[in-house]
Design a protein around this ligand. Structure first.
Ligand code: FMN
Length: 162
């Protein structure tokens, strides 16, 4: 499977300032909406898409720029008491990242900085995040401004076949 969305995806942390098109945004939201979830509990995860520069700057400040100045942030939130939420968020993040790759856009899975948003209650309120939910993952997305790393990725993890 050479040159597929799987082989082409990379963690991208340098984005151009230019935003993404409305069509691309719609496609990325479709990718989120079609992600699998535990026991079909679709109410334990939600998405806040942040394009607004003022809000992105506030998130940048609270997360120590874990969002890498990307023009669009996909903030994935999950219900605090859900046994599936975190896993659902990972599936959804991967869907978004693969869709971004398909659209020629860059993305990265951000957990470290994302969870810092949970210490910024006022900002979460401003983002409309229900207090029963926590931010699990942020996927910054945008046009790629870095040279892709060209290392061999075909043998990164141990695989056992019986
Ligand atoms: C669970 C998880 C947490 C991650 N957290 C961060 C993070 O906080 N910040 C960041 O820049 N990248 C983060 N990453 C991205 C990884 O660093 C990246 O996926 C890894 O280095 C492999 O590179 P690749 O995505 O190009 O395959 C995270 C990825 C995963 C799956």
């Amino acid at each position: 499977m050479v040159n597929s969305i799987f082989t082409n995806r990379r963690a991208v942390r340098d984005f151009s300032k230019e935003s993404i098109s409305d069509d691309d945004l719609k496609n990325l939201i479709v990718a989120f909406q079609t992600a699998p979830c535990g026991m079909n509990q679709t109410d334990v995860m939600n998405l806040v898409v942040v394009k607004d520069e003022g809000l992105r700057n506030k998130i940048k400040e609270k997360t120590d720029n874990a969002c890498y100045n990307a023009p669009v942030l996909f903030v994935i939130n999950t219900k605090k008491d859900s046994m599936f939420g975190e896993r659902d968020a990972s599936c959804a993040a991967e869907n978004i990242m693969l869709a971004a790759t398909d659209l020629g856009l860059g993305s990265v899975y951000v957990m470290g900085g994302a969870v810092r948003l949970n210490d910024a209650g006022e900002l979460q309120k401003e983002l409309g995040i229900d207090p029963a939910f926590q931010t699990s993952v942020i996927v910054p997305v945008g046009k790629i401004a870095e040279k892709p790393e060209e290392t061999d990725r075909s043998n990164r993890y141990q695989v056992t076949i019986y």
